[in-house]
Structures are given as structure tokens and as C-alpha cells.
Design a protein around this ligand. Structure first.
Ligand SMILES: Cc1cc2nc3c(=O)[nH]c(=O)nc-3n(C[C@H](O)[C@H](O)[C@H](O)COP(=O)(O)OP(=O)(O)OC[C@H]3O[C@@H](n4cnc5c(N)ncnc54)[C@H](O)[C@@H]3O)c2cc1C
Length: 406
């Protein structure tokens, strides 16, 4: 059992969950949660969905009211971690103060990758990661405006669908040949391309934004690599994120495309762990190093570290799952849908309800479901138990997925 104090850098999904889980595991030591955002810890997924649409006040996003932190004796510190003195077990903060730690957990998340083209610094070139960014965007998007979204990944498409539903003219610029190409099968891409097009969103594939056009500091459009120019009043950039690894790197901890941790989420320093979006972890389940960006990954990492710090060390072996809401459609993904060699469709994309079952060497590795929650639920259970069903069973709607769990 860790004697503490436990210091947690970053109060996002991972940091918050770790503090809460430590208390659930009856950890009695000091917990300090260092929060560099000017809000109580909050959920990010609604920022590109319900919240952006205009639903609810900022309070509706908070994990817990401030009373929770007082009652649970979790010290929320509004500051930024600046340097780790590993020899002294001390964390220095931007304000100049410091905390000594028994165990330090880096839950620093990720930040937006910035667009590096002329005029990308104009005020109406926006990003969407924080509550402040979402709040500013929801004030900004009003009917009749023209927006260009750079990047057809999850966040770009969620934003595009919301903006279109609010009556904006929406163009999406995507370098790849299909939407969400790095994350989903061609079957899912094709479905969402058709749905977004039917909603009136124009998606331009195989092109890059090469410059933002402006007049007197206002955005007037975006120039594309094929010579075209798309008129716009607003540009929203969703070209991925960079993990916040600098604090770890400056302290001499190994980093790659994330802060490198072992299968227990421990860095090379036995007093420092890393969790969530910032962590590049060894996954025994997949026999690979993974860095994932999802609520499931962040919260399950946190629970695993909370268990270790309270005397129940485990290998982290969670099954990844994820969701994305785009307009009226819900996409849910279980497992890792990369490296597959066969895809089998269950249901009917034409009816707006289907799943893509992904196989690698005959073994089910992932299930992507559109508006088929029960496929997702049972797919997750099957994968979680390291079971499989045959491609023929997956494709046959008469086959009850529950049977695979018996
Ligand atoms: C708009 C949006 C929609 C999303 N939708 C979904 C979804 O539908 N489904 C899903 O599964 N996932 C979704 N995600 C991804 C999910 O929100 C992230 O995977 C999750 O937030 C990761 O949690 P985290 O705690 O690791 O990082 P974060 O939530 O990024 O939190 C890290 C925190 O650490 C802070 N920090 C960084 N450095 C320091 C420092 N030096 N000192 C102090 N604090 C620091 C950051 O400011 C931040 O507050 C979405 C993300 C976004 C942005």
C-alpha cells in the first residue's frame, strides 16, 4: 500500500478517475490533483456533441460538484506542473510552489496538433479539445455561416454534423481517401460518408488545406492543394493530437509516441506512473505497445493504478472500446480494428443499422457497430473473454450472439 502523498498531474478523465478510485479503494493518504484548466474536472465527449449543440450549462459536464472533492479530501490544485525532481521526489509547479510525492501519476493527456499553414493564427481558425474551446465555438456557430472543417476524423466529423444540424454550410477537407480512415473499416467510412453527404455536408478527399485566406483579420476561405478555394467564415481544425510527454521527457523518463510504461502502467521510475491519452503502454492482449485516446482507456488505466497503489497490483489488460455520435448515428467500436484481414457485415447498412466484424487469421479482433447497441455489447463481451464466433455466424442475423457467451 502506497503511503503517499499521491500526486496526480492532470485532472481529465484519467486523473479524476484515479483520485476517485483511490478513495473507493479506501486509500487514506493525501491525494493532490493538479488541474491546469480553470474548471472543475469535466467530461470531454459532449464538447463536440450535446454541449456544442447548445444543450446544458458547463456544470452539466462536471464529473462531480466541488463538494465531492472536499468530502473525499481530494486536494484540487489550480496550477501547472512544471518540473519533476525525481531524486527529491518533488514536483515543482508553475506558480513556484511544490509538492513532495510518494507516488506521482502523469495523466497529462494530449493537446491539439496545430495547423501549420499561412494565416492559421487568425482568430476564426479554431480547435476543439477543451471546455473553453467548445464554449467559444457554440457561441460562434450560427445559421447561415460557412465553415470549413480540416480533417475527417472523429472530432472533425462530430463537429461537422453538429454545425450542419445548426444550419451552417459545411465543407470538410480530408487528405486521405475516406473518412476516419485510420480508425475504422471501409464499410463504416462508406456509411458515414453517405450519411454526411445526405445531410448536405461536402467532403473533399485527397486534398490538403494549403492556406487560410483572410481579410482584415477575418477568415474568408481556405485554399486547397488542388488549386480550389472554399469560401468560409470559420475554420475548425481536427487533425489529431500530440501526447503531453514533455514533463516526463525533461525528467529523463523514456518517451516515444507517449510516455513509455510497462504492463502495470509504471514508468522506468518505480515512483512514477502514466495513464490515459499520454501513456504508451505494453499490452499483453495485443502483444504491442499502444497509445489510445478514449474514455475507456483513461478510466480503466486509472482503476488499474488505483488498485496497484492500494496493494492489488495487476497487469493492465483492458479491452478497448469507443463511441462516436455523428448526427443521428451512433458508432461503437469494441476491440482493435486494425490489422484485420477479413470483414463480415451483420445487418443492413442501407437500413442504417449494421456491424462490421473484423477478423485476423480467423479470429475475431474487433466489432464496429452503427446503431446496433446489442452487437456492440455482445461483441465486447465475446472479445473480452477472448472468444470468437465464425464469420458465418457473425453474418447470420438468426445467430444469437449471446450463444457465444454460454
Ligand atoms: C471533443 C472531444 C470528444 C471526444 N469524444 C469521445 C468519445 O465520444 N468517446 C471516447 O471514448 N473518447 C472521446 N474523446 C477522447 C477522450 O475525451 C480522451 O481520450 C480523454 O479525455 C483522455 O483522458 P486523459 O485524462 O488521459 O486526458 P485529458 O482529458 O486530455 O486530460 C489531461 C489534463 O491534463 C492537463 N495537463 C496537461 N499537462 C499538465 C501539466 N503540466 N500540469 C497540470 N495539468 C496538465 C490538461 O490540460 C488536461 O486537463 C473525445 C475527446 C474530445 C477532445
Amino acid at each position: 500500500m502506497e503511503q503517499g502523498p499521491v500526486l496526480i498531474v492532470g485532472a481529465g478523465h484519467a486523473g479524476f478517475q484515479l483520485a476517485a478510485s483511490l478513495r473507493q479503494h479506501h486509500y487514506g493518504g493525501r491525494i493532490v490533483l493538479i488541474n491546469d484548466e480553470a474548471h472543475l474536472p469535466y467530461q470531454r465527449p459532449p464538447l463536440s456533441k450535446a454541449y456544442l449543440k447548445g444543450g446544458g450549462a458547463p456544470d452539466s459536464l462536471m464529473f462531480r460538484p466541488d463538494k465531492f472533492y472536499r468530502d473525499q479530501n481530494i486536494e484540487l490544485t489550480a496550477d501547472r506542473a512544471a518540473f519533476i525532481d525525481r531524486a527529491a521526489h518533488r514536483l515543482l509547479l508553475a506558480s513556484g510552489s511544490f509538492f513532495d510525492y510518494g507516488h506521482l501519476v502523469l495523466a497529462t493527456g494530449a493537446r491539439n496538433r496545430l495547423l501549420d499553414i499561412p494565416n492559421a493564427n487568425l482568430e476564426d481558425v479554431r480547435y476543439l479539445r477543451t471546455l473553453d474551446e467548445s464554449e467559444a465555438l457554440r457561441q460562434r456557430i450560427t445559421q447561415g455561416q460557412r465553415v470549413v472543417v480540416v480533417g475527417a476524423g472523429f472530432i472533425g466529423l462530430e463537429f461537422a454534423a453538429t454545425a450542419r444540424a445548426k444550419g451552417l454550410e459545411v465543407d470538410v477537407v480530408e487528405l486521405g481517401p475516406r473518412v476516419m480512415a485510420r480508425a475504422v473499416t471501409a464499410e463504416i467510412s462508406a456509411f458515414f460518408e453517405q450519411r454526411h453527404a445526405a445531410a448536405g455536408i461536402r467532403i473533399h478527399f485527397g486534398v490538403q488545406a494549403t492556406s487560410i485566406e483572410g481579410d482584415s483579420g477575418r477568415v474568408t476561405g481556405v485554399s486547397l492543394s488542388d488549386g480550389r478555394h472554399v469560401a468560409a467564415d470559420l475554420v475548425v481544425v481536427g487533425v489529431g493530437v500530440l501526447p503531453n510527454v514533455e514533463l516526463a521527457a525533461e525528467a529523463g523518463l523514456p518517451v516515444g509516441s507517449g510516455i513509455i510504461v510497462n504492463e502495470q502502467l509504471l514508468t522506468s521510475d518505480p515512483n512514477i506512473s502514466a495513464i490515459g491519452d499520454c501513456a504508451l503502454f505494453d499490452s499483453p492482449r495485443f502483444g504491442a505497445s499502444l497509445r489510445l485516446e478514449s474514455v475507456q482507456n483513461a478510466t480503466d488505466h486509472a482503476r488499474c493504478v488505483a488498485a496497484r497503489l492500494t496493494g492489488d497490483a495487476k497487469t493492465y489488460d483492458g479491452l478497448p472500446w469507443f463511441w462516436s455520435d455523428q448526427g443521428p448515428d451512433k458508432l461503437q467500436i469494441a476491440g482493435l480494428t486494425t490489422g484485420y484481414d477479413r470483414v463480415v457485415v451483420r445487418g443492413d447498412a442501407g437500413q442504417g443499422s449494421f456491424s462490421a466484424f473484423c477478423y485476423k487469421a480467423g479470429q475475431l479482433v474487433g466489432v464496429e457497430s452503427v446503431n446496433r447497441a446489442s452487437d456492440h455489447v455482445f461483441g465486447r463481451k465475446i472479445l473480452g473473454l477472448n472468444r470468437s464466433i465464425t464469420p458465418e455466424q457473425a453474418a447470420d442475423l438468426r445467430f444469437d450472439l449471446k450463444a457465444a457467451l454460454a
